[in-house]
Design a protein around this ligand. Sequence first.
Ligand code: AQP
Length: 332
Amino acid sequence: MSSPAKPIIFSGIQPTGRKHLGNYIGAIRQYVEGQDRGEPAIFCVVDLHSISVAYDPADLRERVLDTAAILLAAGLDPERCVFFRQSDVAAHAEMTWLLSAVTSHGDLNRMTQFKEKTGSARDLASAALFYYPVLMAADVLVYRATEVPVGDDQRQHVELMREIARRFNERFGETLVIPDLKVPEVGARIMDLQEPERKMSTTGGTESGTVLVLDDEKTIRKKVGSAVTDSGREVVASPDKPGVTNLIDILAVARGVGRAEIEREFDGAGYGDFKGAVADGVVELLAPVRARYAELRPDEAALERVLLAGAEKAATIAAPVLADVRARMGFG
Ligand code: AQP
């Protein structure tokens, strides 16, 4: 089905209280930007995804509220976007099963994130982890979303959801929209400050190389100050300087400028001054979010109200799409 003229933006984020600078720059920042463009922009805390690894049910509920408060603190406005908890809208789970008819075992076997996350313990991984990309496809396709703002690590999953939509349309007739991937030009893959060859990550990164959205100023300065650079002095982005390149990207995003401007400003300055400026930039970027989070997080009833109201709106948008999919597939 050709994309409608109006953009429908969809993205999901896992429930943890440990959202990091990579999540903020690669995803959350794009959500806030998208809510003014999306008609509608739909964002959800993907708690169904989080049961694909070991978890504690009581803790899950708390982490959903943490994540909701972080996103609202970062600027999501439930009056201008649709913001909800994934498990409150049953269409996601039903759509997952329906789409599994046009997803092959081989497709899922090729997903690098599954391979990386399971390593040699693949046989012990939950079927849910293997199925994660189908649920992610369902999340997006059930809203006929046109645009999926994510970080670079989700590129392969978005390619697969596009393929699933194409196959569905070929097999059952034009029904689903093929969504476009949207990764930020700068900051699509923020790297771990201690191990800049790997991405900053909730589960796989180093503690001191991962700046959390809720870190206080002192912690941010310490983490940025001890970031791995290299033995040279030049502040230049290049593949053989992954640590410096990462810091340039972070500062470029924090200031809303391009890489070249940062390189020009710190030409000949040395790493000490440069890291100081990066720390200032990150503190300025995250401090307002942390302050607002402290105001919002205690009022759990208010957070629940926001999520439930969002779920009602989301369910209304998903219902006709799911009805079309069911009808095309011969149900009902
Ligand atoms: N390092 C990153 N740089 C840029 N974007 C990133 N994202 C994740 N890491 C980076 C983007 O953040 C969004 C939300 O991610 P998530 O919380 O839903 O789940 P995730 O991908 O599992 O987060 P992590 O930190 O990457 O967790 P691990 O490594 O434990 O799996 C997504 O859009 C993602 O692209």
